[in-house]
Design a protein around this ligand. Structure first.
Ligand SMILES: [Mn+2]
Length: 394
């Protein structure tokens, strides 16, 4: 087992259901002492080390004394940090959860919101007065104060692209009306819905972990859905109706329109099973750098049996995205990495266990009301796709 999961302590009088009803995607919530400060283990120089590695997407944002903003992209050379000023800069590293299991584990505390929306944990280190400037994001975020103090200013003004500082790579608002201001201490968590302008400024050195969510645009969904529809088509061609009678040979008749519709109507609608399966696949599609590979040696049924009976755990590869859905009364489907596995509805509890938990073992599996054979088949598929991995012992 890895370290125990630090659950989020919601403020008094707010439970997961209240949070979803009153705050999620609606309004900000400051949660004082929501997490133990000991949950955040990464030291600033370790974060700087990650920003020097090519696998990590990292940025340095420097606010110069003349008010100019500078953005530099990693990977950085180690001595680049030593050459920076004493204040007014921040280092941001994306997707830290994909490589550090301790960081991925923090996500389990947030299972009161839809986990299929989770994108990544970005970690930022800032020197005194450092930050990314005032801005809005298009997605939900939980800002976890990991170390030091950060002043958060919120604005309820609706800003547009016209309010941005022009010709700047980073989206920074040129003006900001402060409606709310809090200083976050280690263990405090601030939830922000999409579109709320915010401005974080380090008060002395600080570290913040941002759990970011995904909000695909209508354009993204349409582009992928229509591409999926195209993939289902063949080369059948438009014919004229058999009872063709012409009033005018140049007229695009009602009958001709109907014949064209006859080619398109058999394609699935957004009410179809095909659509649900496509949506789950679309939403669990990983970023290109987080594709999974099969293990070097394939797992056999015997390997799996031996592993579990030895009391050892299976864990989700940190690259893996998971979701599940019901299909009618008879089927469930497990989604991961843009793929789907359709299963008998008796596998529902197994699918939930796998999609909700980052690690589990024989004890959890034994509680399931699934056929041992079907369960073993599914686990082997996931292990041999690299989605599940044997949990190395600490
Ligand atoms: Mn932000």
């Amino acid at each position: 087992m890895t370290s125990s999961t630090p659950a989020i302590t919601l403020p008094h009088g707010i439970d997961g259901a209240t949070f979803l009803r009153d705050y999620w995607q609606k309004k900000p919530l400051l949660m004082r002492s929501a997490m133990p400060a000991t949950a955040f283990r990464l030291a600033p120089d370790e974060l700087a080390g990650l920003a020097c590695e090519a696998e990590f997407e990292s940025r340095l944002i420097i606010e110069h004394p003349n008010g100019a903003w500078e953005v530099r992209h990693g990977p950085f050379a180690g001595d680049e940090f030593a050459a920076l000023p004493a204040s007014h800069w921040t280092l941001l590293v994306q997707d830290v959860d994909k490589y550090l299991p301790d960081v991925a584990q923090l996500m389990e505390g947030f299972d009161f919101v839809p986990t299929w929306r989770i994108d990544d944990i970005m970690i930022s280190y800032a020197t005194d007065q450092g930050g990314v400037g005032p801005h809005t994001d298009a997605y939900d975020v939980f800002l976890m104060q990991a170390g030091g103090r950060r002043r958060w200013r919120l604005s309820y003004t609706q800003y547009s692209d016209d309010d941005l500082i022009p010709d700047l790579e980073q989206r920074i608002l040129s003006h900001f009306h402060i409606d709310e201001e809090w200083i976050l201490e280690p263990g405090d968590v601030l939830y922000l819905p999409p579109g709320i302008a915010h401005w974080g400024i380090a008060e002395g050195e600080c570290m913040t972990y941002s759990l970011g969510f995904r909000a695909p645009s209508q354009q993204d969904l349409a582009a992928d859905w229509f591409q999926h529809l195209v993939s289902l088509t063949d080369m059948r061609r438009l014919l004229d109706p058999p009872d063709l009678r012409l009033e005018s040979p140049a007229e695009l008749s009602e009958g001709a329109c109907e014949e064209a519709a006859r080619l398109l109507d058999p394609l699935p609608s957004t009410r179809s099973t095909d659509y649900r399966v496509w949506l789950g696949e679309h939403l669990t599609e990983p970023k290109p750098q987080f594709q999974l590979l099969p293990p070097d040696e394939a797992w056999s049924e015997q390997d799996l049996h031996d592993w579990l009976t030895a009391g050892r755990q299976l864990h989700r590869h940190p690259f893996a995205r998971m979701a599940w859905a019901r299909i009618g009364d008879d089927e469930v489907v497990l989604f991961s990495q843009g793929e789907s596995r359709r299963l008998h509805h008796r596998m529902t509890d197994a699918v939930k266990l796998i999609a909700e938990h980052r690690h589990f073992g024989a004890t959890e599996l034994a509680r399931l009301d699934a056929s041992a054979e079907a369960l073993s088949t599914l686990l082997l598929q996931l292990l041999n796709a690299g989605i599940l991995e044997p949990q190395e012992q600490d």
